[in-house]
Design a protein around this ligand. Structure first.
Ligand code: DAH
Length: 334
């Protein structure tokens, strides 16, 4: 029996190394399978004389362990081969995600829209390429009206132009909607002005229009005060100065008390304590007529504010060109 065991040891040694999974499986069947050599020797253990049993049993166990460990180490090497080692080091710390930010104009515009929505206004828009009729004529700017010179216009041809204000959207809204009307109309406007720290050839306005029966100047003042307090803070005061616009009568320009110095005077308000934020007035009957609304039945107010100017006041930005430069060092501050 011991002789047989020795032969099996030699057979095992001769079949090593096991260099493929097929070889490992064949080896397992040959030596440790149910009909394998080692198993067959274990079966013969019963017929071994009692006094030798202990010794033979021990040798057989050693044989079995040797075969099994040959299988184990060959299998481990085989698994290692198929292990995919990633090229990237997954333990490295990640690259931080760069979050985008809203442009200061977007921040300010969103806030304005939110306030006016709360006050019951819906949002409307109109084209930036506009007809003379909407931009001037329907707004009571007659052909040779000197007020046309207030706004240096980019004309495309005799009739088409880049709108110089958002007021033409008032006409479009009135054409498409029956009163009562309560709309705000934000958007881009264009003027042929020399670019400087204080003016740019395009900027943004937010127009407001309310048309209903029995609308008075008090309603206008009330809504503007509510807006100013919500936007600039609850202590804000407003001041209306008489002014002129062809499309409103009477007209006014509105100043708010400076939110930075609270009226004491500072760099942003140019030491006046006040900031001019918008133009407004009661819609001129001629404008209502141009939009086919009966001025005997309806009245209304309108206002228009410069979003860029207000954003600059809010954040103390002293050069309008910064809003267009796309300089990340500037934009990342908001
Ligand atoms: N459209 C005027 C401008 O661009 C601003 C304005 C003034 C709008 C009075 C209005 C208004 O609606 O009533 O300067």
């Amino acid at each position: 029996m011991e002789e047989q065991i020795k032969l099996v040891h030699e057979a095992i040694d001769a079949s090593l190394p096991l260099s493929s999974s097929d070889a490992i499986e064949a080896f397992r069947i040959r030596f440790l399978g149910r009909k394998g050599t080692v198993s067959a020797l274990f079966e013969q253990l019963g017929s071994v004389p009692k006094e030798q049993k202990g010794q033979v049993g021990k040798l057989l166990n050693e044989l079995k362990i040797k075969a099994q460990s040959a299988i184990d180490s060959a299998s481990a090497a085989e698994n290692g081969k198929s292990l995919v080692i990633p090229k990237t080091d997954l333990t490295l710390p990640g690259t931080p995600i760069q979050f985008g930010r809203l442009h200061p104009l977007t921040v300010v515009l969103n806030e304005m829209i939110e306030i006016f929505r709360f006050l019951g206004f819906s949002v409307a828009s109109g084209p930036e390429l506009e007809h003379d009729w909407y931009n001037f004529e329907a707004l009571n700017f007659e052909h040779d009206h000197p007020a046309r010179d207030m706004q240096d216009t980019y004309f495309i041809d005799k009739d088409l132009l880049l709108r110089t204000h958002t007021s033409p959207v008032q006409i479009r809204v009135m054409e498409n909607q029956k009163p009562p009307i309560r709309s705000i109309m934000p958007g881009r406007v264009y003027r042929n002005e020399a670019v400087s720290a204080r003016s740019y050839c395009l900027f943004h306005q937010l127009e407001g229009l309310l048309i209903d029966k029995n609308v008075s100047f008090v309603d206008l003042k009330t809504i503007l005060l509510a807006f100013a307090r919500e936007f600039f803070g609850p202590q804000t005061k407003i001041k209306l100065r008489p002014s002129y616009f062809p499309f409103t009568e009477p007209s006014a320009e509105v100043d708010v008390s400076c939110h930075l110095c609270h009226g004491k005077g500072c760099r942003v308000c140019k030491h006046s304590g006040w900031l001019e934020i918008l133009g407004c007035g009661m819609v001129d009957p001629n404008v209502l007529k141009a939009a086919k609304i009966d001025p005997e039945v309806y009245s209304g107010y309108a206002f228009g504010m410069g979003i860029d100017r207000i954003a600059m006041m809010r954040y103390g930005i002293d050069d309008i060109r910064l809003l267009w430069d796309n300089n990340l060092r500037f934009l990342q501050q908001f």
